[in-house]
Design a protein around this ligand. Structure first.
Ligand SMILES: [Fe+2]
Length: 304
């Protein structure tokens, strides 16, 4: 392979803690009924993992909506974290004992590239920091063994403080900085955008949160927008997704507001290959898609 430092694949890997709960891994304390409300998404993740089994990578880089930093973009900067991560909204579903190794050299390289590009940045050096459940959930669902190091990037508040368009422009710069740092450090990186898509959600939970009779899309507007974005992904029109992102985020109350998907598309330099949709489903009414861009497979196809 003639590209030593590169993004081998990009993944849209949504993080509803419900999917961890439904899987009953030993790290998570609550036990689920496995009533089946989210099987479509769980199947999607299974298909994704099967695809990634033949992809070699050194590190997972995840941009997460649930490490919210009010000033700038923060990066994990301690070699090892462990502790218990509790979802503040769903403590009944997610109390997860985590152990995570960090690729600090790559984290610092992305930080430095982002800083040089004029972004406000900071390294997280607190060894007691409780890693957010967006990072943990996406990494666990993509790579349950969790035996590769991680770089986690926080969600800055630009889109919330100024505008969706301003937020996306920052994510463009952050994605490009990420790409440069990966190339410079020679890493084979798997990049994860941890966000859901449409994000209007129910505010009440049934007695069994996994009751399939309860689970459905919040409304048809949400689904229509999600379908449109997924069609663009499958058609290889990632630049158009980025261009439409501010409207999508606004009109679909989408979790893309936190910037993960915009960052991913920019980091991948707006691929024109068809993305693979592994699964789409709702969690408390929100739209979630598991999608991959297998960039290494595309490179093999054209012999570079
Ligand atoms: Fe979320």
């Amino acid at each position: 392979m003639s590209h030593p430092g590169r993004i081998v694949a990009g993944v849209l890997s949504p993080h509803p803690p419900h999917l961890i709960y439904a899987s009953n891994p030993e790290q998570n304390e609550p036990r689920s009924s496995q009533a089946g409300a989210w099987n479509g998404l769980l199947d999607g993740y299974e298909k994704l993992r099967a695809e990634l089994a033949s992809v070699d990578y050194d590190v997972l880089i995840v941009h997460t909506p649930h490490w919210k930093t009010h000033t700038g973009h923060h990066f994990l900067g301690v070699p090892h974290f462990e502790g218990k991560s509790v979802d503040p909204v769903f403590p009944n579903l997610f109390r997860y004992n985590f152990r995570l190794d960090v690729d600090v050299e790559l984290s610092e390289a992305i930080h430095d590239e982002a800083e040089a590009a004029g972004l406000s940045t900071r390294m997280m050096r607190n060894p007691e920091f409780r890693v957010d459940y967006g990072t943990i959930t996406s990494c666990h669902l993509v790579h349950p063994a969790l035996n590769k190091p991680v770089v986690a990037i926080s969600s800055a508040r630009t889109a919330f403080d100024y505008s969706n368009a301003a937020g996306d422009q920052e994510m463009l710069a952050l994605g490009q900085a990420t790409r440069r740092a990966i190339a410079a450090t020679g890493r084979r990186a798997l990049c994860l955008a941890s966000n859901s898509l449409s994000h209007r959600h129910f505010t009440e939970e049934p007695e069994d949160p996994e009751d399939p009779a309860f689970e459905h899309a919040y409304n048809a507007n949400q689904t229509a927008w999600d379908r449109h974005i997924l069609a663009l992904m499958r058609a290889g029109e990632s630049r158009r997704i980025f261009d439409e992102m501010p409207d999508y985020t606004e009109q679909c109350v989408a979790e893309t507001k936190d910037g993960c998907l915009s960052w991913l598309l920019a980091a991948m330099d707006f691929p024109t290959m068809a993305a693979k949709l592994h699964g789409y489903g709702t969690v408390i009414g929100t739209g979630n898609a598991v999608v991959s861009w297998n960039l290494d497979a595309a490179r093999e196809e054209v012999g570079v």
